[in-house]
Design a protein around this ligand. Sequence first.
Ligand SMILES: Cc1ncc(COP(=O)(O)O)c(C=O)c1O
Length: 365
Amino acid sequence: MNPRLTTLEPSLIRELNARKRPGDLDLGLGEPVLPPDPAALDAGLRWMAENGCRYSPNLGFPEVRAAVGTYLERPADEVCLTNGSQQALHLAMVTALDPERDEVLVIEPGYPAYAKIAQMLGLAVRTVGLDPERHFAPRADRVLGALRPQTRLVVLASPNNPSARIWPAAELEKLCAGLDDRWLVFDEVYRELYYTPEPPPRPVHARALLVGGLSKCASLTGLRIGWLGAPAELMPLVLRAHQLITTAASTYAQRVALEILTHGHAGDQRRIYRQRLGNLLEALRASALEFVEPEGAFYCLVRVGRPSLPAALELLEAKRVVTVPGVAFGAEGWLRLSWAGPPQEVREGVARLTEWSTTADRRSG
Ligand SMILES: Cc1ncc(COP(=O)(O)O)c(C=O)c1O
C-alpha cells in the first residue's frame, strides 16, 4: 500500500462529526445549506435531453471555458474545468512541481487539504503561520521571509478557510513581487462570499494558479464543479494529467455552471450570508468571546485559549455544539464556527459556547 496515504493524519473535522448525535447544534459544517437555483439545474437537464450526456473535451466545453475565462479575466484556453475546486488544487500541484526537488509552502491557518495533497504527491511541505495576536491578518513579509530556494509553490485562500480573512490588494502585491518565478495557488472558492465593500483582490502574477468553483457560493457542493486558471506554459501538462485522472469534468455540472456564469448569478446568495453575518456579529459582540471578524466565507474563529481538540470535544459533550478545533487548520487555541446554517441555530450555538467558556474559565481560574 502507498505509505504516503497510510501515514496521512485523519481529518479532525470528520472525527468531530463522527461524535455528533441527533439534536446536536452543528456549527462544524463546511458547506452551505441554502437550496441551489433550480433554474440552473433544469437548464443543465434540458441541455442533456437535447444533446445527450457524452464526454466533454478534456479541458471542458469551449463555451464553458470561455465563461469561466471571462469570470477569471483570463483567456479561455488558460482554463480547465474540474470536478470541484479540490481537484483543481490537486491538478495545480501535480503539474507545477517536481516531487524530487520542490517544496510547497502553506500559509496557516489554512485549509488542511493543501498540505495533505502535497504529501500524497510526495512533495515536501512547510508551513508559515500568520499572527494570532493580529487575528491572522494576511502579511506578505511573513510569507516571503519563509521562502527557501526549493520553495516553488505557495498556497493560500482568499477569503480564507478558517479565518474568513481576505488578502488586501497591497499585501497581495507585495507577496507577488517577492515570489519571483514561484507558483502561487490562489484558492478563491469563497470569492463570491465577501462582505467587504469590494470583491476580494486577485493576484497579478505570471505564475498565479487560480482555483475556484461554485460549491460554496451557489450551494452546489454535491455537483462537483470547479476550475483551474493556469498560464499557457502549464496547460499542456494540465491537459495530460486531467485526461489521466478524470478524463473531463461532468458534462451536466458544466452545463449548470454555464447557466449560472452567463447570467451572472454566482454571487446571488451573498446577500443572505451578509444578513447571517450581521446576526452572528450581534450574538458574538453581546458575548465576551474573542473572535476574528469575518470578511468573507461563512466561518469565524473564536479564541478558547487552550488546546482546541479537547476544548471542542468538551463543548460537544457539555453543550452539544459541534465546532472544528483550530488545530486542524494550524490555529491552535481557536475553534472554527460555521455560520452558514439557520440564524436561530447560530445564535443558540454562540449562547451555549459563551456559557461553556464562562464555566470553563471559572474552573481554570
Ligand atoms: C478553502 C477551500 N478550498 C477548496 C475546497 C474544496 O471545495 P470544492 O471541491 O467543493 O470546490 C474547500 C472545501 O471546503 C475549501 O474550504
